[in-house]
Design a protein around this ligand. Structure first.
Ligand code: HAS
Length: 550
Protein backbone atom coordinates (compact mmCIF):
# COMPACT_ATOMS: atom_id res chain seq x y z
CA UNK A 1 0.00 0.00 0.00
CA UNK A 2 1.17 3.48 -0.77
CA UNK A 3 1.06 6.69 1.25
CA UNK A 4 -1.30 9.11 -0.45
CA UNK A 5 0.29 12.14 -2.05
CA UNK A 6 -0.84 15.64 -1.10
CA UNK A 7 -2.34 16.35 -4.54
CA UNK A 8 -4.44 13.18 -4.45
CA UNK A 9 -5.60 13.99 -0.95
CA UNK A 10 -6.68 17.49 -1.95
CA UNK A 11 -8.66 16.09 -4.85
CA UNK A 12 -10.53 13.61 -2.66
CA UNK A 13 -11.14 16.31 -0.03
CA UNK A 14 -12.60 18.67 -2.65
CA UNK A 15 -15.11 16.03 -3.69
CA UNK A 16 -15.93 15.37 -0.02
CA UNK A 17 -16.42 19.08 0.70
CA UNK A 18 -18.90 19.38 -2.15
CA UNK A 19 -20.68 16.22 -0.97
CA UNK A 20 -21.18 17.48 2.57
CA UNK A 21 -22.28 20.98 1.52
CA UNK A 22 -24.99 19.32 -0.59
CA UNK A 23 -25.84 17.00 2.30
CA UNK A 24 -26.51 19.86 4.70
CA UNK A 25 -28.78 21.81 2.34
CA UNK A 26 -30.49 18.63 1.13
CA UNK A 27 -31.39 17.46 4.62
CA UNK A 28 -32.70 20.94 5.49
CA UNK A 29 -35.03 20.66 2.48
CA UNK A 30 -36.18 17.27 3.82
CA UNK A 31 -37.02 18.85 7.17
CA UNK A 32 -39.12 21.54 5.45
CA UNK A 33 -41.03 18.88 3.54
CA UNK A 34 -42.19 16.82 6.49
CA UNK A 35 -43.45 19.99 8.20
CA UNK A 36 -45.29 21.18 5.13
CA UNK A 37 -47.03 17.83 4.75
CA UNK A 38 -47.91 17.98 8.43
CA UNK A 39 -49.56 21.39 7.86
CA UNK A 40 -47.19 22.82 10.49
CA UNK A 41 -45.38 25.09 8.05
CA UNK A 42 -46.44 27.36 5.22
CA UNK A 43 -43.72 28.35 2.82
CA UNK A 44 -43.25 31.99 1.81
CA UNK A 45 -44.73 32.85 -1.58
CA UNK A 46 -41.32 32.78 -3.33
CA UNK A 47 -40.67 29.20 -2.30
CA UNK A 48 -42.65 26.26 -3.58
CA UNK A 49 -43.01 22.73 -2.14
CA UNK A 50 -41.96 21.13 -5.42
CA UNK A 51 -38.93 23.40 -5.61
CA UNK A 52 -37.87 22.17 -2.18
CA UNK A 53 -38.63 18.56 -3.12
CA UNK A 54 -36.57 18.86 -6.32
CA UNK A 55 -33.63 20.31 -4.38
CA UNK A 56 -33.95 17.60 -1.70
CA UNK A 57 -33.87 14.74 -4.22
CA UNK A 58 -31.12 16.18 -6.38
CA UNK A 59 -28.83 17.32 -3.58
CA UNK A 60 -29.01 14.13 -1.57
CA UNK A 61 -29.63 11.34 -4.05
CA UNK A 62 -27.47 12.69 -6.84
CA UNK A 63 -25.00 15.32 -5.63
CA UNK A 64 -24.07 14.03 -2.16
CA UNK A 65 -23.73 10.45 -3.34
CA UNK A 66 -21.80 11.14 -6.54
CA UNK A 67 -19.26 13.52 -5.02
CA UNK A 68 -18.77 11.20 -2.05
CA UNK A 69 -18.32 8.19 -4.30
CA UNK A 70 -15.62 9.88 -6.36
CA UNK A 71 -13.80 11.00 -3.20
CA UNK A 72 -13.84 7.40 -1.98
CA UNK A 73 -12.68 6.03 -5.34
CA UNK A 74 -9.89 8.58 -5.66
CA UNK A 75 -8.60 7.98 -2.14
CA UNK A 76 -8.78 4.19 -2.51
CA UNK A 77 -7.26 4.05 -6.01
CA UNK A 78 -4.39 6.31 -5.07
CA UNK A 79 -3.79 4.22 -1.99
CA UNK A 80 -3.99 0.77 -3.59
CA UNK A 81 -2.48 1.39 -7.05
CA UNK A 82 -0.09 4.20 -6.16
CA UNK A 83 -0.09 7.99 -6.49
CA UNK A 84 -1.80 9.49 -9.54
CA UNK A 85 0.49 10.55 -12.35
CA UNK A 86 0.22 14.19 -13.51
CA UNK A 87 -2.15 13.36 -16.39
CA UNK A 88 -4.50 11.28 -14.24
CA UNK A 89 -4.53 14.00 -11.62
CA UNK A 90 -5.18 16.73 -14.17
CA UNK A 91 -8.08 14.85 -15.79
CA UNK A 92 -9.54 14.11 -12.38
CA UNK A 93 -9.48 17.81 -11.59
CA UNK A 94 -11.00 18.74 -14.95
CA UNK A 95 -13.75 16.19 -14.30
CA UNK A 96 -14.30 17.54 -10.82
CA UNK A 97 -14.72 21.10 -12.10
CA UNK A 98 -17.05 20.11 -14.93
CA UNK A 99 -19.20 18.10 -12.48
CA UNK A 100 -19.22 21.04 -10.06
CA UNK A 101 -20.15 23.62 -12.71
CA UNK A 102 -22.97 21.35 -13.92
CA UNK A 103 -24.21 20.95 -10.36
CA UNK A 104 -24.14 24.69 -9.68
CA UNK A 105 -26.07 25.39 -12.88
CA UNK A 106 -28.74 22.86 -11.91
CA UNK A 107 -28.98 24.26 -8.37
CA UNK A 108 -29.25 27.87 -9.62
CA UNK A 109 -32.09 26.86 -11.94
CA UNK A 110 -33.92 25.10 -9.11
CA UNK A 111 -33.43 27.95 -6.63
CA UNK A 112 -34.54 30.54 -9.17
CA UNK A 113 -37.79 28.60 -9.53
CA UNK A 114 -37.27 27.51 -13.12
CA UNK A 115 -36.86 23.80 -12.63
CA UNK A 116 -39.35 22.36 -10.12
CA UNK A 117 -39.43 19.09 -12.02
CA UNK A 118 -38.25 16.71 -9.24
CA UNK A 119 -35.15 14.58 -9.60
CA UNK A 120 -36.78 12.34 -12.21
CA UNK A 121 -37.54 15.45 -14.40
CA UNK A 122 -40.39 13.60 -16.12
CA UNK A 123 -41.65 15.12 -19.36
CA UNK A 124 -43.95 16.82 -20.15
CA UNK A 125 -42.95 18.97 -17.17
CA UNK A 126 -40.43 21.37 -18.63
CA UNK A 127 -37.60 23.14 -16.83
CA UNK A 128 -35.45 25.95 -18.20
CA UNK A 129 -33.06 24.66 -20.90
CA UNK A 130 -30.03 25.49 -18.74
CA UNK A 131 -31.22 22.94 -16.17
CA UNK A 132 -30.72 20.18 -18.74
CA UNK A 133 -27.40 21.69 -19.84
CA UNK A 134 -26.33 21.51 -16.17
CA UNK A 135 -27.38 17.85 -16.01
CA UNK A 136 -25.38 17.07 -19.15
CA UNK A 137 -22.28 18.79 -17.72
CA UNK A 138 -22.72 16.88 -14.48
CA UNK A 139 -22.68 13.54 -16.30
CA UNK A 140 -19.78 14.52 -18.57
CA UNK A 141 -17.76 15.60 -15.51
CA UNK A 142 -18.34 12.24 -13.81
CA UNK A 143 -17.32 10.43 -16.99
CA UNK A 144 -14.08 12.41 -17.13
CA UNK A 145 -13.30 11.53 -13.51
CA UNK A 146 -14.29 7.92 -14.13
CA UNK A 147 -12.12 7.61 -17.25
CA UNK A 148 -9.20 9.21 -15.40
CA UNK A 149 -9.47 6.48 -12.76
CA UNK A 150 -9.68 3.80 -15.44
CA UNK A 151 -6.55 5.35 -17.01
CA UNK A 152 -4.76 4.98 -13.68
CA UNK A 153 -5.85 1.34 -13.54
CA UNK A 154 -4.65 0.68 -17.11
CA UNK A 155 -1.20 2.04 -16.24
CA UNK A 156 -1.08 -0.33 -13.25
CA UNK A 157 -2.11 -3.31 -15.34
CA UNK A 158 0.56 -2.57 -17.91
CA UNK A 159 3.12 -2.53 -15.15
CA UNK A 160 1.78 -5.73 -13.58
CA UNK A 161 1.07 -7.88 -16.60
CA UNK A 162 -0.88 -11.07 -15.98
CA UNK A 163 -1.86 -10.14 -12.42
CA UNK A 164 -5.36 -9.58 -11.17
CA UNK A 165 -5.80 -6.06 -9.85
CA UNK A 166 -6.42 -5.43 -6.14
CA UNK A 167 -10.08 -5.95 -5.22
CA UNK A 168 -10.67 -2.25 -4.53
CA UNK A 169 -9.42 -1.26 -7.99
CA UNK A 170 -11.42 -4.04 -9.67
CA UNK A 171 -14.60 -2.88 -7.95
CA UNK A 172 -13.95 0.76 -8.80
CA UNK A 173 -13.54 -0.07 -12.47
CA UNK A 174 -16.67 -2.27 -12.45
CA UNK A 175 -18.69 0.59 -10.92
CA UNK A 176 -17.34 3.11 -13.44
CA UNK A 177 -18.25 0.74 -16.31
CA UNK A 178 -21.76 0.34 -14.90
CA UNK A 179 -22.09 4.11 -14.55
CA UNK A 180 -20.91 4.93 -18.06
CA UNK A 181 -23.21 2.37 -19.71
CA UNK A 182 -26.12 3.49 -17.53
CA UNK A 183 -25.65 7.16 -18.35
CA UNK A 184 -26.04 6.50 -22.08
CA UNK A 185 -29.81 6.54 -21.55
CA UNK A 186 -29.99 9.81 -19.69
CA UNK A 187 -27.48 11.43 -22.03
CA UNK A 188 -29.57 10.38 -25.02
CA UNK A 189 -32.81 11.80 -23.62
CA UNK A 190 -31.23 15.02 -22.32
CA UNK A 191 -29.23 15.78 -25.50
CA UNK A 192 -31.69 14.65 -28.15
CA UNK A 193 -35.05 15.25 -26.50
CA UNK A 194 -35.01 17.69 -23.57
CA UNK A 195 -32.46 20.27 -24.70
CA UNK A 196 -33.89 20.81 -28.23
CA UNK A 197 -37.41 20.87 -26.77
CA UNK A 198 -36.62 23.24 -23.90
CA UNK A 199 -34.79 25.73 -26.13
CA UNK A 200 -37.62 25.64 -28.65
CA UNK A 201 -35.62 23.96 -31.44
CA UNK A 202 -38.00 20.99 -31.50
CA UNK A 203 -41.78 20.87 -31.24
CA UNK A 204 -43.20 18.56 -28.56
CA UNK A 205 -41.62 15.61 -26.82
CA UNK A 206 -42.17 11.84 -26.95
CA UNK A 207 -43.02 11.38 -23.28
CA UNK A 208 -42.88 7.59 -23.15
CA UNK A 209 -39.50 7.51 -24.88
CA UNK A 210 -38.04 10.04 -22.46
CA UNK A 211 -39.32 8.10 -19.45
CA UNK A 212 -37.98 4.82 -20.80
CA UNK A 213 -34.56 6.32 -21.47
CA UNK A 214 -34.61 7.89 -18.02
CA UNK A 215 -35.33 4.54 -16.32
CA UNK A 216 -32.77 2.76 -18.47
CA UNK A 217 -30.47 5.04 -16.46
CA UNK A 218 -32.51 5.34 -13.27
CA UNK A 219 -32.30 1.77 -12.07
CA UNK A 220 -28.57 1.19 -12.51
CA UNK A 221 -28.21 4.60 -10.85
CA UNK A 222 -29.27 2.93 -7.60
CA UNK A 223 -26.46 0.40 -8.01
CA UNK A 224 -24.02 3.20 -8.71
CA UNK A 225 -24.93 4.27 -5.15
CA UNK A 226 -24.97 0.77 -3.74
CA UNK A 227 -21.73 -0.65 -5.17
CA UNK A 228 -19.40 1.78 -3.36
CA UNK A 229 -21.22 0.81 -0.15
CA UNK A 230 -20.67 -2.86 -1.05
CA UNK A 231 -17.00 -2.03 -1.65
CA UNK A 232 -16.83 -0.82 1.92
CA UNK A 233 -18.57 -3.99 3.08
CA UNK A 234 -16.29 -6.29 1.10
CA UNK A 235 -12.90 -4.64 1.58
CA UNK A 236 -13.06 -2.14 4.45
CA UNK A 237 -15.17 -4.00 7.03
CA UNK A 238 -12.96 -7.14 7.08
CA UNK A 239 -9.95 -4.94 7.78
CA UNK A 240 -11.73 -3.01 10.54
CA UNK A 241 -12.78 -6.19 12.33
CA UNK A 242 -9.41 -7.85 11.77
CA UNK A 243 -10.93 -10.55 9.57
CA UNK A 244 -10.55 -11.37 5.91
CA UNK A 245 -12.43 -11.10 2.64
CA UNK A 246 -14.48 -14.31 2.58
CA UNK A 247 -13.93 -15.00 -1.11
CA UNK A 248 -12.15 -12.86 -3.66
CA UNK A 249 -13.83 -14.57 -6.61
CA UNK A 250 -17.31 -14.35 -5.08
CA UNK A 251 -16.81 -10.62 -4.53
CA UNK A 252 -15.63 -10.08 -8.12
CA UNK A 253 -18.41 -12.23 -9.56
CA UNK A 254 -21.06 -10.27 -7.68
CA UNK A 255 -19.78 -6.99 -9.19
CA UNK A 256 -19.72 -8.54 -12.67
CA UNK A 257 -23.35 -9.67 -12.21
CA UNK A 258 -24.30 -6.08 -11.38
CA UNK A 259 -22.79 -4.91 -14.68
CA UNK A 260 -24.83 -7.55 -16.52
CA UNK A 261 -28.19 -7.32 -14.81
CA UNK A 262 -28.59 -3.86 -13.36
CA UNK A 263 -29.29 -2.14 -16.69
CA UNK A 264 -31.87 -4.09 -18.73
CA UNK A 265 -34.48 -3.75 -15.97
CA UNK A 266 -35.71 -0.13 -16.11
CA UNK A 267 -39.27 -1.11 -17.07
CA UNK A 268 -39.90 -2.28 -13.51
CA UNK A 269 -40.32 1.44 -12.76
CA UNK A 270 -42.88 1.68 -15.56
CA UNK A 271 -45.05 -1.37 -14.93
CA UNK A 272 -48.20 0.74 -14.76
CA UNK A 273 -47.45 2.73 -17.91
CA UNK A 274 -49.26 2.17 -21.20
CA UNK A 275 -47.30 1.93 -24.46
CA UNK A 276 -45.00 -0.94 -23.43
CA UNK A 277 -46.22 -4.46 -24.20
CA UNK A 278 -46.60 -6.75 -21.17
CA UNK A 279 -44.05 -9.19 -22.57
CA UNK A 280 -41.22 -6.65 -22.28
CA UNK A 281 -42.30 -5.67 -18.80
CA UNK A 282 -42.33 -9.35 -17.86
CA UNK A 283 -38.88 -9.95 -19.37
CA UNK A 284 -37.40 -7.03 -17.45
CA UNK A 285 -39.13 -8.18 -14.27
CA UNK A 286 -37.40 -11.56 -14.65
CA UNK A 287 -34.05 -9.81 -15.18
CA UNK A 288 -34.76 -7.73 -12.07
CA UNK A 289 -34.93 -10.93 -10.09
CA UNK A 290 -31.50 -11.83 -11.50
CA UNK A 291 -30.03 -8.61 -10.12
CA UNK A 292 -31.15 -9.63 -6.63
CA UNK A 293 -28.71 -12.56 -6.72
CA UNK A 294 -25.46 -10.57 -6.28
CA UNK A 295 -27.00 -8.86 -3.25
CA UNK A 296 -27.86 -12.24 -1.73
CA UNK A 297 -24.27 -13.34 -2.45
CA UNK A 298 -23.07 -10.21 -0.66
CA UNK A 299 -25.28 -10.93 2.36
CA UNK A 300 -23.88 -14.48 2.51
CA UNK A 301 -20.34 -13.22 2.22
CA UNK A 302 -20.81 -10.68 5.01
CA UNK A 303 -22.26 -13.25 7.41
CA UNK A 304 -19.33 -15.55 6.60
CA UNK A 305 -16.76 -12.81 7.26
CA UNK A 306 -18.41 -11.94 10.59
CA UNK A 307 -18.81 -15.51 11.75
CA UNK A 308 -15.27 -16.56 10.81
CA UNK A 309 -13.80 -13.58 12.65
CA UNK A 310 -16.09 -14.01 15.68
CA UNK A 311 -15.12 -17.68 15.99
CA UNK A 312 -11.44 -16.81 15.59
CA UNK A 313 -11.86 -14.53 18.60
CA UNK A 314 -13.33 -17.38 20.63
CA UNK A 315 -17.08 -17.06 19.96
CA UNK A 316 -18.85 -20.35 20.78
CA UNK A 317 -22.23 -21.87 19.91
CA UNK A 318 -24.59 -20.82 17.16
CA UNK A 319 -24.43 -17.09 17.76
CA UNK A 320 -21.62 -16.65 20.30
CA UNK A 321 -19.42 -15.08 17.60
CA UNK A 322 -21.80 -12.10 17.37
CA UNK A 323 -20.67 -10.79 20.75
CA UNK A 324 -17.01 -10.89 19.66
CA UNK A 325 -17.43 -8.30 16.93
CA UNK A 326 -16.00 -4.82 17.64
CA UNK A 327 -19.26 -3.09 18.52
CA UNK A 328 -17.45 -0.21 20.22
CA UNK A 329 -15.81 0.82 16.99
CA UNK A 330 -18.30 3.20 15.40
CA UNK A 331 -16.72 2.70 11.98
CA UNK A 332 -17.89 -0.93 12.19
CA UNK A 333 -21.18 -0.44 14.02
CA UNK A 334 -22.36 2.25 11.62
CA UNK A 335 -21.76 0.00 8.63
CA UNK A 336 -23.34 -3.00 10.36
CA UNK A 337 -26.52 -1.01 11.05
CA UNK A 338 -26.46 0.07 7.41
CA UNK A 339 -26.42 -3.59 6.39
CA UNK A 340 -29.23 -4.46 8.78
CA UNK A 341 -31.42 -1.73 7.22
CA UNK A 342 -30.84 -3.27 3.82
CA UNK A 343 -32.63 -6.48 4.84
CA UNK A 344 -36.11 -4.82 4.88
CA UNK A 345 -34.93 -2.38 2.20
CA UNK A 346 -34.03 -5.20 -0.18
CA UNK A 347 -37.18 -7.19 0.69
CA UNK A 348 -39.22 -4.10 -0.17
CA UNK A 349 -37.42 -3.95 -3.51
CA UNK A 350 -38.46 -7.53 -4.24
CA UNK A 351 -42.06 -6.58 -3.49
CA UNK A 352 -41.80 -3.57 -5.80
CA UNK A 353 -40.39 -5.69 -8.57
CA UNK A 354 -43.19 -8.27 -8.39
CA UNK A 355 -45.34 -7.41 -11.37
CA UNK A 356 -48.70 -7.67 -9.56
CA UNK A 357 -47.69 -6.26 -6.18
CA UNK A 358 -46.27 -3.22 -7.90
CA UNK A 359 -49.89 -2.25 -8.66
CA UNK A 360 -50.46 -1.77 -4.93
CA UNK A 361 -47.42 0.31 -4.13
CA UNK A 362 -46.60 2.24 -7.29
CA UNK A 363 -46.68 6.02 -6.86
CA UNK A 364 -47.48 5.72 -3.16
CA UNK A 365 -45.49 6.76 -0.10
CA UNK A 366 -44.34 3.13 0.15
CA UNK A 367 -41.78 3.85 -2.57
CA UNK A 368 -40.54 6.86 -0.62
CA UNK A 369 -40.17 4.57 2.41
CA UNK A 370 -38.30 2.06 0.22
CA UNK A 371 -35.69 4.50 -0.97
CA UNK A 372 -35.11 5.89 2.49
CA UNK A 373 -34.12 2.41 3.69
CA UNK A 374 -31.98 1.70 0.65
CA UNK A 375 -30.12 4.79 -0.45
CA UNK A 376 -31.07 6.81 2.66
CA UNK A 377 -29.63 4.38 5.20
CA UNK A 378 -27.67 1.37 3.90
CA UNK A 379 -25.82 3.58 1.44
CA UNK A 380 -25.78 6.86 3.37
CA UNK A 381 -24.84 5.31 6.71
CA UNK A 382 -22.07 3.29 5.10
CA UNK A 383 -20.79 6.61 3.76
CA UNK A 384 -20.97 8.06 7.30
CA UNK A 385 -18.90 5.11 8.58
CA UNK A 386 -16.38 5.74 5.80
CA UNK A 387 -16.28 9.45 6.63
CA UNK A 388 -15.13 8.67 10.17
CA UNK A 389 -11.83 7.29 8.91
CA UNK A 390 -11.52 8.84 5.48
CA UNK A 391 -11.42 12.48 6.60
CA UNK A 392 -8.86 11.90 9.41
CA UNK A 393 -6.78 10.02 6.91
CA UNK A 394 -6.93 12.86 4.41
CA UNK A 395 -6.46 15.72 6.86
CA UNK A 396 -4.08 14.04 9.27
CA UNK A 397 -6.30 14.67 12.30
CA UNK A 398 -7.40 12.37 15.09
CA UNK A 399 -10.84 10.82 15.46
CA UNK A 400 -10.82 11.49 19.19
CA UNK A 401 -12.74 9.56 21.86
CA UNK A 402 -15.25 12.38 22.29
CA UNK A 403 -15.85 12.58 18.54
CA UNK A 404 -16.40 8.83 18.49
CA UNK A 405 -19.06 9.19 21.16
CA UNK A 406 -20.74 11.90 19.12
CA UNK A 407 -20.55 9.63 16.10
CA UNK A 408 -22.46 6.95 18.01
CA UNK A 409 -25.12 9.52 18.85
CA UNK A 410 -25.22 10.53 15.21
CA UNK A 411 -25.75 7.04 13.81
CA UNK A 412 -28.20 6.23 16.63
CA UNK A 413 -30.36 9.24 15.86
CA UNK A 414 -30.17 8.60 12.12
CA UNK A 415 -31.37 5.01 12.70
CA UNK A 416 -34.26 6.03 14.96
CA UNK A 417 -35.29 8.89 12.70
CA UNK A 418 -35.21 6.69 9.62
CA UNK A 419 -37.05 3.87 11.35
CA UNK A 420 -39.90 6.17 12.38
CA UNK A 421 -40.14 8.03 9.11
CA UNK A 422 -39.79 5.10 6.75
CA UNK A 423 -42.14 2.85 8.72
CA UNK A 424 -44.80 5.57 8.58
CA UNK A 425 -44.16 6.00 4.86
CA UNK A 426 -44.41 2.27 4.13
CA UNK A 427 -47.67 1.96 6.08
CA UNK A 428 -49.25 5.07 4.61
CA UNK A 429 -48.23 3.90 1.15
CA UNK A 430 -49.93 0.54 1.66
CA UNK A 431 -53.09 2.34 2.68
CA UNK A 432 -52.93 4.34 -0.53
CA UNK A 433 -51.31 7.69 0.31
CA UNK A 434 -49.69 9.02 -2.86
CA UNK A 435 -46.13 10.26 -3.28
CA UNK A 436 -44.91 13.43 -5.03
CA UNK A 437 -47.78 15.51 -3.58
CA UNK A 438 -47.55 18.60 -1.44
CA UNK A 439 -50.56 17.71 0.70
CA UNK A 440 -52.69 14.66 1.33
CA UNK A 441 -55.48 16.10 3.49
CA UNK A 442 -58.16 14.95 1.11
CA UNK A 443 -61.76 15.73 1.75
CA UNK A 444 -62.86 12.11 1.70
CA UNK A 445 -63.08 10.70 5.22
CA UNK A 446 -61.74 7.27 4.17
CA UNK A 447 -58.56 8.91 2.91
CA UNK A 448 -58.24 11.04 6.02
CA UNK A 449 -58.49 7.91 8.17
CA UNK A 450 -55.23 6.65 6.65
CA UNK A 451 -53.40 9.26 8.64
CA UNK A 452 -54.93 8.45 12.01
CA UNK A 453 -52.84 5.40 12.96
CA UNK A 454 -50.23 5.43 15.72
CA UNK A 455 -47.41 5.08 13.23
CA UNK A 456 -49.18 5.90 10.02
CA UNK A 457 -49.51 9.63 10.37
CA UNK A 458 -47.74 12.77 9.36
CA UNK A 459 -46.67 13.52 12.94
CA UNK A 460 -44.54 10.36 13.04
CA UNK A 461 -42.99 11.34 9.74
CA UNK A 462 -42.33 14.86 11.02
CA UNK A 463 -40.80 13.58 14.28
CA UNK A 464 -38.63 11.15 12.29
CA UNK A 465 -37.66 13.90 9.85
CA UNK A 466 -36.70 16.28 12.67
CA UNK A 467 -34.53 13.65 14.37
CA UNK A 468 -32.87 13.02 11.02
CA UNK A 469 -32.11 16.68 10.55
CA UNK A 470 -30.56 16.91 14.04
CA UNK A 471 -28.48 13.88 13.17
CA UNK A 472 -27.36 15.54 9.93
CA UNK A 473 -26.26 18.66 11.81
CA UNK A 474 -24.33 16.46 14.22
CA UNK A 475 -22.60 14.78 11.31
CA UNK A 476 -21.63 18.11 9.80
CA UNK A 477 -20.21 19.11 13.19
CA UNK A 478 -18.09 15.93 13.23
CA UNK A 479 -16.97 16.54 9.65
CA UNK A 480 -15.88 20.11 10.46
CA UNK A 481 -13.99 18.88 13.53
CA UNK A 482 -12.21 16.13 11.60
CA UNK A 483 -11.37 18.54 8.81
CA UNK A 484 -10.06 21.56 10.71
CA UNK A 485 -10.30 21.35 14.49
CA UNK A 486 -9.47 17.94 15.93
CA UNK A 487 -5.91 17.51 17.25
CA UNK A 488 -3.27 16.66 14.69
CA UNK A 489 -2.31 13.01 14.52
CA UNK A 490 1.17 11.69 14.05
CA UNK A 491 2.38 10.55 10.63
CA UNK A 492 1.19 6.98 11.23
CA UNK A 493 -2.43 8.10 10.64
CA UNK A 494 -1.62 8.19 6.97
CA UNK A 495 -0.88 4.49 7.15
CA UNK A 496 -4.21 3.56 8.74
CA UNK A 497 -6.17 3.12 5.60
CA UNK A 498 -8.28 0.08 6.25
CA UNK A 499 -8.42 -1.65 2.89
CA UNK A 500 -8.15 -5.43 3.18
CA UNK A 501 -5.97 -7.45 0.85
CA UNK A 502 -7.78 -10.42 -0.59
CA UNK A 503 -6.39 -13.74 -1.71
CA UNK A 504 -6.88 -13.85 -5.48
CA UNK A 505 -4.62 -16.85 -6.09
CA UNK A 506 -7.53 -19.11 -7.08
CA UNK A 507 -9.68 -16.43 -8.72
CA UNK A 508 -10.36 -17.17 -12.41
CA UNK A 509 -8.61 -14.62 -14.59
CA UNK A 510 -11.56 -14.24 -16.96
CA UNK A 511 -13.43 -12.38 -14.21
CA UNK A 512 -11.24 -9.41 -15.06
CA UNK A 513 -11.74 -9.66 -18.80
CA UNK A 514 -13.91 -6.58 -19.20
CA UNK A 515 -14.49 -7.12 -22.90
CA UNK A 516 -16.56 -10.23 -22.15
CA UNK A 517 -18.73 -8.53 -19.53
CA UNK A 518 -19.27 -5.31 -21.46
CA UNK A 519 -20.17 -7.41 -24.51
CA UNK A 520 -22.67 -9.59 -22.62
CA UNK A 521 -24.14 -6.48 -20.95
CA UNK A 522 -24.81 -4.90 -24.35
CA UNK A 523 -26.38 -8.13 -25.66
CA UNK A 524 -28.78 -8.22 -22.69
CA UNK A 525 -29.56 -4.51 -23.14
CA UNK A 526 -30.24 -5.06 -26.84
CA UNK A 527 -32.56 -7.99 -26.05
CA UNK A 528 -34.51 -6.11 -23.41
CA UNK A 529 -34.75 -2.73 -25.10
CA UNK A 530 -34.41 -2.79 -28.92
CA UNK A 531 -37.94 -3.88 -29.81
CA UNK A 532 -39.88 -1.98 -27.14
CA UNK A 533 -37.95 1.26 -27.76
CA UNK A 534 -38.41 1.01 -31.51
CA UNK A 535 -42.14 0.41 -30.94
CA UNK A 536 -42.29 3.49 -28.72
CA UNK A 537 -40.62 5.53 -31.46
CA UNK A 538 -42.63 4.07 -34.36
CA UNK A 539 -46.03 4.34 -32.72
CA UNK A 540 -45.39 7.67 -31.06
CA UNK A 541 -48.36 9.95 -30.60
CA UNK A 542 -47.90 13.66 -31.48
CA UNK A 543 -45.20 15.14 -29.23
CA UNK A 544 -46.48 16.67 -26.01
CA UNK A 545 -46.50 20.38 -25.35
CA UNK A 546 -44.65 21.69 -22.30
CA UNK A 547 -46.23 21.93 -18.86
CA UNK A 548 -45.02 24.20 -16.06
CA UNK A 549 -47.25 23.80 -13.04
CA UNK A 550 -45.38 26.19 -10.79
FE1 HAS B 1 -35.39 0.05 -5.47
C1 HAS B 1 -37.90 2.11 -6.62
C2 HAS B 1 -36.87 -2.64 -6.95
C3 HAS B 1 -32.77 -1.99 -4.47
C4 HAS B 1 -33.55 2.84 -4.66
N1 HAS B 1 -35.67 2.08 -5.61
C5 HAS B 1 -36.78 2.71 -6.10
C6 HAS B 1 -36.58 4.14 -6.01
C7 HAS B 1 -35.33 4.34 -5.49
C8 HAS B 1 -34.78 3.03 -5.23
C9 HAS B 1 -34.64 5.66 -5.26
O1 HAS B 1 -39.07 -3.15 -9.01
C10 HAS B 1 -37.59 5.21 -6.40
C11 HAS B 1 -37.40 5.70 -7.80
C12 HAS B 1 -38.43 6.78 -8.09
O2 HAS B 1 -38.20 7.93 -7.70
O3 HAS B 1 -39.47 6.46 -8.66
N2 HAS B 1 -34.95 -1.95 -5.62
C13 HAS B 1 -35.69 -2.86 -6.27
C14 HAS B 1 -35.05 -4.17 -6.16
C15 HAS B 1 -33.90 -3.98 -5.44
C16 HAS B 1 -33.83 -2.58 -5.13
C17 HAS B 1 -35.54 -5.47 -6.71
N3 HAS B 1 -33.54 0.36 -4.69
C18 HAS B 1 -32.62 -0.61 -4.36
C19 HAS B 1 -31.41 0.01 -3.89
C20 HAS B 1 -31.63 1.37 -3.96
C21 HAS B 1 -32.96 1.56 -4.46
C22 HAS B 1 -30.18 -0.73 -3.46
C23 HAS B 1 -30.73 2.50 -3.61
C24 HAS B 1 -29.50 2.38 -3.23
N4 HAS B 1 -37.08 -0.22 -6.54
C25 HAS B 1 -37.48 -1.39 -7.09
C26 HAS B 1 -38.68 -1.16 -7.89
C27 HAS B 1 -38.97 0.19 -7.81
C28 HAS B 1 -37.95 0.76 -6.96
C29 HAS B 1 -39.46 -2.13 -8.65
C30 HAS B 1 -40.12 0.94 -8.51
C31 HAS B 1 -41.29 1.06 -7.63
C32 HAS B 1 -42.35 1.87 -8.32
O4 HAS B 1 -43.36 1.28 -8.75
O5 HAS B 1 -42.22 3.09 -8.46
C33 HAS B 1 -32.88 -5.07 -5.11
O6 HAS B 1 -31.61 -4.68 -5.59
C34 HAS B 1 -32.82 -5.39 -3.66
C35 HAS B 1 -31.94 -6.61 -3.37
C36 HAS B 1 -31.47 -6.61 -1.96
C37 HAS B 1 -31.54 -7.63 -1.10
C38 HAS B 1 -31.05 -7.44 0.32
C39 HAS B 1 -29.74 -8.16 0.62
C40 HAS B 1 -29.32 -7.82 1.99
C41 HAS B 1 -28.07 -7.47 2.36
C42 HAS B 1 -27.80 -7.07 3.78
C43 HAS B 1 -27.06 -8.16 4.56
C44 HAS B 1 -27.02 -7.79 6.00
C45 HAS B 1 -26.09 -8.17 6.87
C46 HAS B 1 -26.15 -7.65 8.27
C47 HAS B 1 -24.96 -9.06 6.52
C48 HAS B 1 -32.09 -8.95 -1.48
C49 HAS B 1 -26.94 -7.47 1.39
C50 HAS B 1 -26.88 -8.66 9.12
C51 HAS B 1 -27.62 -7.96 10.18
C52 HAS B 1 -28.57 -8.50 10.98
C53 HAS B 1 -29.22 -7.65 12.02
C54 HAS B 1 -29.03 -9.92 10.86
Amino acid sequence: MNVMQKGDRLLALSNLGFAYAAFLIGTLCGLLQVFIRNDALTLPSWLDYYQVLTAHGLLLAIVFTTFFIFAFFQAGMSRTLGAFGPKVLLWNWIGFWVTSIGTLLVVVMVISGQASVLYTFYAPLQAHGLFYVGLALFVIGTWIQGFALVGHYIVWRKQNKGELSPLFAFMTVATVILWVIACLGVVATVLFQFIPWAFGWAQGINVELSRSLFWYFGHPLVYFWLLPAYMAWYVIVPKIIGGRVFSDSLARLSFVLFILFSIPVGFHHQLTEPGIASFWKFLQTVLTFMVIIPSLMTAFSMFATFELRGRELGGKGLFGWVTKLPWRDVRFTSIFIAMAFFIPGGAGGIINASFQMNEVIHNTLWVVGHFHITVGTPVAMTFFGLTFWLIPHLTGRRFTKSLQKLAFLQIGTWSIGMLLMSTAQHMLGLLGAPRRTAYTGYAHEDAQAWFEGVLSNHVTMAVGGSILFLSAVLLIFIVVQLWWLAPKADESTFMHFPIADSDSSSTPKFLENWKIWIGVAFILIALAYTIPLSEIIQHAPPGSDRFQTW
